[in-house]
Design a protein around this ligand. Structure first.
Ligand code: HEM
Length: 264
């Protein structure tokens, strides 16, 4: 059986009959124009069905199950730590993208181009000091917030069934947050970066059997060179942003599907 689409239906007449405001008319005309080309209403309906199906399958949250809607538990403010981590991440991402317009991951020169660009951002660029400070502070606030969020989840027992997988995903997230911090720490290519990098190389080399391979892979060799800075840069501004953004979305998606846990 084929489904007939009413593409020839005169929406113009229909809109006139409705006695709409100009804004409503513009909105609907645009929607109809787009729908005729991309069937967006069909896809929106599909999404809606999916939304209800997903919600039907999920277990009730403890709030629903025990009718706790109107009780205030004094630790509730700590339930904001996950959102706080997300906000810090967004601020770091935006300020980082803006810093990217001025930074250059090059070890050439003495001091290096990377360091010179940082100096430029801090001393000459309008609002540069503020931009870099925003980036560093939001990054550090994120690390602290993620750690405290993890403690909150642990002490309220929110990691228990059915939320085990989100706990494991959280472990991956906190690890990647720290890799974000470490790779970023090396980017100014100053003394702190350099010696932190040196420690990283030596830690990699201390891995049994595959140590040399690990150092090669992560640091581009056993000494700190252009290859090292370039790796840290690509990890920091390309790979990690994609992976962490996706994982945070999945993590929050799972919270949305399962509902928030009440303390056990
Ligand atoms: C980038 C790091 C992270 C972000 C952005 C994040 C975000 C969130 C958000 C927004 C929530 C909703 C509830 C709340 O805010 O407390 C949540 C819940 C949860 N998170 Fe995270 N989280 C992160 C890291 C972690 C870590 C490190 C763990 C543990 C290893 C974890 C485990 C969980 C669990 C089990 C829940 C469900 C809690 C409940 O239902 O009460 N998350 N997360």
């Amino acid at each position: 059986m084929s489904i007939e689409r009413k593409d020839e239906y005169d929406h113009g007449e229909w809109l006139k009959e409705k006695d709409l405001t100009p804004i409503e008319t513009t909105f609907l005309t645009t929607l109809i124009w787009l729908d005729r080309r991309f069937r967006i209403v069909d896809y929106l309906e599909l999404l809606e069905t999916l939304y209800y199906r997903v919600n039907l399958q999920m277990p009730k949250s403890h709030t629903e199950q025990y009718g706790l809607d109107n009780k205030f538990w004094y630790w509730y403010p700590l339930y904001a730590l996950g959102s706080f981590s997300t906000i810090a991440y967004v601020v770091a991402a935006i300020s980082g993208a803006l810093l990217g317009f001025y930074y250059s991951p090059s070890t050439a020169g003495d001091p290096s181009t990377a360091y010179n660009q940082l100096t430029f951002i801090m001393t000459e660029l309008n609002f540069g000091f503020m931009l870099r400070s925003l980036h560093r502070w939001s990054a550090q606030v994120m690390v602290a917030a993620v750690f405290l969020h993890m403690l909150r989840v642990y002490f309220t027992g929110a990691y228990k069934e059915p939320r085990e997988l989100n706990w494991l995903l959280g472990i991956v997230l906190i690890s990647l947050t720290m890799v974000f911090g470490y790779t970023g720490y090396l980017l100014p290519w100053d003394q702190l970066s350099y010696w932190a990098g040196q420690i990283g190389v030596e830690m990699s080399l201390s891995v049994p059997l595959i140590g040399e391979w690990v150092a090669q892979l992560l640091f581009g060799g056993f000494a700190l060179t252009q290859a090292t800075l370039q790796r840290m840069y690509i990890l920091h501004v390309f790979l990690l942003p994609f992976v962490v953004t996706t994982l945070i979305a999945v993590h929050i998606g799972i919270v949305w599907m399962q509902g928030i846990a009440e303390p056990h």
